[in-house]
Design a protein around this ligand. Structure first.
Ligand code: NDP
Length: 245
């Protein structure tokens, strides 16, 4: 199946920012969506908006750090739509801080969300894709995996892991599956400056407000990777604001 129309796409972190923009973009092009995040109220707003506009979306409260939650997300796709064509692993947290502040809970959350969360998605979707003999993983990385800047080392390390896991998965996935890494640069979302050290957060928000791209820029990159014909794997897309070094 090529194009976006009719595809069943599950998206983690769909309650705001890039995930919500991707849901809107894909719904407008006829995808059927299963949307996951922890904040039920914000998730429902996205689902309701899509449904009111004639799209097809179901929300599932999901914490990607929990294996069973990801299984529930993929099971919902199978129960509601009979299949799963794409899993977009987008959930993330950018709680950046200098090492000296020892914000170890934030370190743990980034490891759990970006690495364990991604693996939980692979664990839930891979057997489905193998049974169907088709499917696509779209993993959201970051330009932080390409240029490490203080005080982002832990965040950058976890996004480097996303990049490595994506490439390894692609090499093992064989001809039936597609595996895509989409690495955004500065994007205007509420996630920038949320958590981490107050100083680092304030600096990130200032930079975001000066240079960030709209989340629709990433949504359309994800859409591009999904809409290619079955035999075409867009392995990697990096999208930055032109002014980002
Ligand atoms: P947002 O904060 O707007 O979105 C993050 C999403 O992830 C929310 O929907 C949040 O929902 C969800 N989320 C966080 N933790 C979990 C969890 N444990 N389980 C399930 N969902 C979770 O920020 P962005 O849209 O900017 O971030 C989306 C992705 O893009 C992240 O992976 C981020 O690292 C990446 N990125 C963003 C950049 C930027 O400049 N904005 C640049 C590079 C990469 P909820 O709280 O409801 O669970």
């Amino acid at each position: 199946m090529s194009g976006i129309e009719g595809k069943v796409v599950a998206i983690t972190g769909a309650s705001s920012g890039i995930g919500a923009a991707t849901a809107t973009h894909l719904a407008e092009r006829g995808a059927r969506l299963v949307l996951g995040a922890r904040r039920e109220d914000r998730l429902n707003e996205v689902v309701d908006r899509i449904t009111e506009q004639g799209g097809s979306a179901v929300g599932v409260v999901v914490d990607v750090t929990r294996r069973d939650d990801l299984k529930r997300l993929t099971d919902t796709a199978l129960d509601h739509f009979g299949r799963l064509d794409v899993l977009v692993s987008n959930a993330g947290t950018m709680a950046i801080s200098p090492f000296d502040e020892l914000r170890q809970d934030d370190w743990d959350a980034m490891v759990a969300t970006h690495i364990t969360g991604l693996l939980n998605g692979i664990g839930a979707a891979l057997p489905v894709f193998r049974r169907q003999r088709s499917g696509q993983f779209v993993n959201v990385g970051s330009t932080a995996a390409y240029v490490v800047k203080p005080p982002q080392a832990v965040y950058a390390a976890t996004k480097t892991a996303v990049k490595v896991l994506t490439e390894g998965l692609r090499q093992e996935s064989g001809p039936d599956l597609r595996v895509t890494l989409v690495s955004p640069g500065f994007t205007h979302t509420e996630g920038v400056g949320k958590g981490g050290s107050p100083e680092a957060a304030a600096a990130a928000v200032r930079q975001r407000d000066e240079i960030a791209m709209p989340p629709s820029a990433i949504a359309s990159a994800i859409g591009y990777a999904i809409e290619q014909p079955d035999g075409v794997d867009v392995s990697e897309i990096v999208v930055r604001p032109t002014v980002q070094a």
